[in-house]
Ligand binder design. Structure first.
Ligand code: IFM
Length: 462
């Protein structure tokens, strides 16, 4: 990698040669075909059918019908010049009973997808777990059950055995913070549990599953192995107030240090271990686990969407997704927002990347997701999504600036290639650079897709 020169907002900039450009998706969000070729229900099939959990009861039954339309979708990616495509493996397709025999027909789909990508010159990047745990495993405790970590490693072994000759780049987990805290503490993601003890047990088993999967992937010949985290940039309401700074440290602990430290430094931070103990989940941590979790990775996948701001306050906390954060309160930010109501401030992304490269030196990174939902309107075959273009351009400039100051970022994947199933929001929020008409399954390139193709083509922004 060559280095980049510092840049200023609004000026032309170029990324180093070899910088990887691409887009990301996830199985349940796009595939559909939930009952085909031996796939069994995942926790999201169940959750989506639980009244009141998902916007208008939307399910992933059809989604973008990518399972049947993958050839056209890959052709579209090739047209855009996408060099890396990050997709995820649906566990209940590969192991319909969660832990037992491999379903060859499930693997066949990814086999076809990978061949199609390679035929078009697109490098496949496979995520093992992007939230669609087989329901049968949840029935046995899900991520609160230590066995699930070992079953994930079995999935890794089976998948790399079939695809490893053609898929060089792997990521074990996508955003385990969401799996643990949204899924088991706040109950707003599948499996919809509201139990902080379960959430901390899930944290440890997810990390253990990551470490065991790294071993399995390497044993199967994987060339590049990574972990994708959704990392937070949390700012203090008053940077001069030590109490606000302590509140930031606590919230960042749950979002960042709880995951980064065991993987990159070999141990949980003391204050996070105290939370395991406080919630009675420390029994999950066994001798030797630390070493498994700290298995070296080739790069860290960074997903980034929005900054947060917190302050110290009595009698409040960070909400059900942040157990153990009494005295820390999220506060509103005076920033523009996306259709998710997420504040937009690309400088926070720059700050996060600098912070990561300072706190965890020597860790190559790839931006494995970044993007925004807006209320797109399709008019005469066009979506003029200038907001999204602005979001992406601002965040790419932030990445470039961080690289100029030493952050080792190897690539950028836009979230998402297609409008898709946005979990609890169903199809109500559109993150795609490609518009999907869910009635006809027609794809339309948004202006952002054309703009992104030009960025890829010139390896930078003008
Ligand atoms: O759609 C999700 C994706 O599945 C994980 N990262 C955040 C995206 C937007 O919410």
């Amino acid at each position: 990698m060559t280095t980049v020169a510092p840049d200023q907002v609004g000026t032309a900039l170029r990324f180093p040669q070899g910088f990887r450009w691409g887009a990301a998706t996830a199985s349940y969000q796009i595939e559909g075909a939930t009952q085909e070729d031996g796939r069994t229900p995942s926790i999201w099939d169940t959750f989506a059918r639980t009244p009141g959990k998902v916007f208008e009861g939307h399910t992933g039954d059809v989604a973008c019908d990518h399972y049947h339309r993958y050839r056209d979708d890959v052709a579209m990616m090739a047209e855009l010049g996408i060099g890396t495509y990050r997709f995820s493996i649906a566990w209940p397709r590969i192991k319909p009973d969660g832990s037992g025999p491999v379903n060859g027909r499930g693997l066949d789909f990814y086999d076809r997808l990978v061949d199609e990508l390679l035929a078009k010159g697109i490098a496949p990047m496979a995520t093992l777990y992007h939230w669609d745990l087989p329901q049968v495993l949840e029935d046995r405790g899900g991520w609160t059950n230590r066995d699930t970590a070992y079953y994930l490693a079995d999935l890794a072994a089976a998948t790399v055995a079939r695809l490893g000759d053609r898929v060089a780049t792997w990521t074990t987990l996508n955003e385990p913070w969401c799996s643990a805290f949204l899924g088991y503490a706040a109950g707003v993601h599948a499996p919809g549990r509201e139990d902080p003890t379960a959430a901390f047990e899930a944290v440890h088993h997810l990390l253990l599953g990551h470490g065991l999967s790294v071993q399995a992937l390497r044993a199967g010949g994987a060339r590049e192995v990574s972990l994708t985290l959704n990392l937070a940039r949390v700012r203090p309401d008053d940077p001069a107030d030590p109490h606000d700074l302590a509140a930031v440290h606590l919230i960042e602990g749950l979002h960042n240090r709880l995951w980064l430290d065991p993987v990159l430094r070999g141990a949980y931070p003391a204050d996070m271990l105290a939370l395991f103990r406080r919630f009675g989940a420390d029994h999950a941590i066994r001798p030797g686990d630390d070493a498994i979790i700290a298995a070296p990775i080739d790069f860290l996948g960074v997903n980034y969407y929005q900054p947060a701001r917190v302050r110290a306050a009595l009698g409040v906390d960070g909400g059900p997704a942040n157990p153990g954060t009494e005295g820390a309160e999220y506060v509103a930010q005076d920033l523009p927002v996306t259709a998710m109501d997420w504040p937009v401030d690309p400088s926070s992304f720059y700050e996060l990347l600098i912070r990561l490269s300072t706190d965890y030196p020597g860790t190559p990174m790839m931006i494995t997701e970044n993007g925004a939902a807006y209320d797109d309107v399709l008019v005469e075959d066009r979506v003029a999504d200038t907001d999204r273009v602005g979001f992406l351009a601002g965040h790419l400039r932030a990445v470039h600036q961080a690289m100029a100051e030493g952050a080792d970022v190897r690539g950028y994947l836009a979230w998402s290639l297609l409008d898709n199933y946005e979990w609890g929001y169903g199809y109500g929020k559109r993150f795609g650079i490609v518009h999907v008409d869910y009635d006809t399954q027609r794809r339309t390139l948004k202006d952002s897709a054309r703009w992104y193709a030009a960025v890829i083509g010139r390896n930078g922004l003008d």
